[in-house]
Ligand binder design. Structure first.
Ligand code: SAM
Ligand code: SF4
Length: 332
């Protein structure tokens, strides 16, 4: 490898975190994420697990110490667990953390193997604990399967963070009960503002729920203490008094978080996106095929100069999404 120096972008931010969307496919169709009839990539366009692992190695060599497997639904791919095992072998030896974001529909089957691979924490999307509302938001989802997946992960010793997208008129009345439930279960909870990524069948403005108001309402019901815990990520955290639960707020629309951004995102086609909300990207699979790891390293280095300072998300009635690709392409 040409250089072992850390990856520093043009704005002085050190890149330590890689998110990999291992597939754009999903068994659910969450309304804020996807259109009901999504066009997914033909399978031959997906990188092989070997290619994904090779690209991951190039990032680890440049100081990336955290990798998250995401999607689409990462567990839709038959070789995701094997990939996790492979990347997991780098834990303590280049990688500090390997983690996953999943909708948990297939987690019951795989939780044990993921834990054995070294995954210690997992993010599970759960926008409602009411079976009908869950089905409505996901269009196809079976809440019981997701809860089974969560239980299996807990039994395997994996710490759980629930991701809940706050949706006006859909699940806003469930936010406080979700926080109480997470407190009882020992789960963390991240609340997320819906982001304008990709065309869906609805106008996101109708469902956009600004988190500052949500937080104010939660503060009047729960004892929440500002937590100094800070990742280089977008969330701000509070501790739910008397529990181990940490509440995170991910508010890209109402509180820009880009100053400390430490991450880049790899699609299942091998495109490295430098910002969730911008189009700047480079083709790392092409570099890998043309020149192997040295060419990938050079491409990553060159990409650092192109990482945008910030997203420019905006939610307004009738406004086009900030970028045409859905969150499932770059992994949430
Ligand atoms: N399928 C997995 C899941 O749902 O956990 C992983 C991929 S999903 C794209 C990752 C996260 O992004 C989920 O927590 C989901 O709720 C969130 N998400 C998807 N589309 C979003 C959007 N437009 N705005 C905000 N969050 C979104
Ligand atoms: Fe699938 Fe996750 Fe998007 Fe829901 S949020 S449709 S589970 S990729």
């Amino acid at each position: 490898m040409a250089s072992a120096s850390a990856l520093i972008d043009a704005h002085g931010r050190t890149i330590r975190y890689l998110r990999i969307s291992v597939t754009d496919r999903c068994d659910l169709r969450c309304r804020y994420c996807m259109a009901e009839t999504m066009q997914f990539l033909p399978r031959e366009r997906l990188m092989s697990a070997d290619e994904i692992a090779s690209l991951a190695e190039c990032f680890i060599a440049r100081g990336v110490h955290k990798i998250r497997l995401s999607g689409g639904e990462p567990l839709m791919r038959g070789d995701t667990v094997a990939l996790a095992e492979r990347l997991g072998s780098r834990l303590g030896n280049g990688l500090d953390e390997l983690t996953m974001t999943t909708n948990a529909t297939r987690l019951a089957r795989h939780a044990g193997a993921l834990a054995a691979a070294g995954i210690r924490r997992i993010n599970v999307s759960l926008d409602s604990r009411d079976p009908d509302t869950f089905r409505h938001i996901t269009r196809t989802g079976d809440l019981a399967r997701v809860l089974d997946g969560i239980e299996a992960a807990r039994a395997a010793g994996i710490a759980i963070k629930i991701n809940m997208v706050a949706l006006k008129g859909l699940n806003e009345h469930e936010i406080a009960p979700m926080l109480a439930w997470c407190g009882e279960q020992g789960f963390d909870l991240s609340l997320i503002e819906t982001m304008p990524l990709g065309v869906i069948d609805e106008d996101r403005t109708d469902r956009f729920l600004p988190l500052p108001g949500v937080f104010e309402a939660l503060s009047s019901r729960f004892s929440l203490v500002r937590d100094s815990f800070r990742t280089a990520g977008p969330a701000r955290y509070w501790q739910l008094t008397g529990t181990s639960t940490r509440l995170g707020l991910i508010s890209p629309l109402t509180a820009n978080f880009c100053d400390g951004c430490n991450r880049v995102r790899l699609t299942t086609e091998g495109l490295l996106y430098l910002c969730l909300g911008q189009d700047a990207h480079v083709d790392l699979r092409a570099a890998l095929r043309d020149g192997g790891p040295p060419a990938v390293d050079a491409a990553i280095e060159a990409a650092m100069a192109r990482k945008p300072a910030a997203h420019d998300f905006r939610i307004a009635p009738g406004a086009a999404p900030a970028v045409a690709r859905h969150m499932s392409v770059t992994g949430g």
